[in-house]
Design a protein around this ligand. Sequence first.
Ligand SMILES: [Zn+2]
Length: 473
Amino acid sequence: MNATCIDCTPSLSPRVPVSEPLAVLAARAACALEQSIQRCTLTSDQNLGHLEMQAAQDVQELLRAAMERGAQAKADATPPLCPVCQKKLTRLSATHPRTFESRYGSITVQRTRGYCKRCRKWRIPADTALGLAESAGYSPAVQEMAALLASKMPVADASAVLEHLTGVKMPRATLDREARRQGERAQAVRTELDQKAARQKPQLELTLEPYQLIIQMDAWNIRERDGWGQSATLRRQGQEPERWHWVYTGTVFRLDHRGHTAGGRPVISERGFVATRHGIDALREQLHAEALRRGLGQAAGALVIGDGAVWIWRLADDRFPHARQRLDFYHAVQHLASVGRALFGEAKEQYRAWLKPLIQQLKRGSSVKVVGQLEEALAQMPGGTAAQAVAKEVAYFQEHQARMDYRAGRRAGEPIGSGPVEATCRQTQCRFKRPGQFWSKRGDEALLCLEMFWRNDRWHLLFPHSSFSPARN
Ligand SMILES: [Zn+2]
């Protein structure tokens, strides 16, 4: 046992009065750590993991007290100015206590309250200085934990994982509420950032840089239960309750940021993400702002890639009128295959013999020739349902012919498919589309927004204390 030990039973009385100097608490923590080391050494069925968990407990009270001391010092040092308008507060009164959960346990701070004559509101400047918005019962670091966990996993899991890894107890419902509050704050920050990006005028003297900006869009479904329990009423009113809603998704990257790993896997070193449940108009504004932030204004050119969905091309015409457009190659192939099935039915050999060279021609040769061959095939059909199916596909190819410049795209080293945005959709669905999951419109947008801040490496804009960068890790 260490000779400087002053009290070797700290863990029996974890709540030491705050007035105790930190040095005393530190000495107690050191004693507890010495004991824990000894216990771990002497106990054959304990490994380093036991010591790691115990050590965190041994220093917990020291850290909690330090947080409380620090929060009080910060509150005391906060000038009595209105945090909204900066006017000096009047009718000051001290000792308004507030208790909240920190990373290391519950702490209480006494704050000064004052009246702002300009805002005509009571204000507590220390709350703003400490990063405690009015309704939060949690410190900024814990607010961040709730936001991150809930955007990555179901809240029931998040609550258990949080407690296991950090000791912070937050019931499911509270975690859900806290994460949604953070997500709504993120939405406000997003709107501000998007407006700022849109306001920035293109600089005329700016020389264009020789890169292409690639913009991809897609959509997937999310299941919601707004109007839960009202299905019968809605049906009586002649409305079918809608459960599935589109989440519009986009991604933006510079072509020169795309490369390959040593194993040949394609990687994009930097890219922007957008996902919203608020409809195509919302996607249009968010994606445009993201493209501006990712260098749309300086790009020598831009290229939009998507599947055949009409909304994609309308949005592209509207917001990216100078961008070239390309239909996702694999969607084009699927439509070729539909023509083949209509032409050859069960004759698999013939079907394959017909399809393969056409796919090659589409990829490496001329789309004009491919469309010509399809038109010819249609002209030779006698009519009926098969001909109708082929006619529909021919119309599809005619409509998208200008978007099928795959040969030129391949030669320029550009993507011919919308794989990156489809991968983004799949990854987001892993969180938002689990079996038995239902969302509310309000809740899913909030969490989607948090997830996009994380992916876009803008997490620090929501939580300035956090220097973690998902892109660097
Ligand atoms: Zn004010």
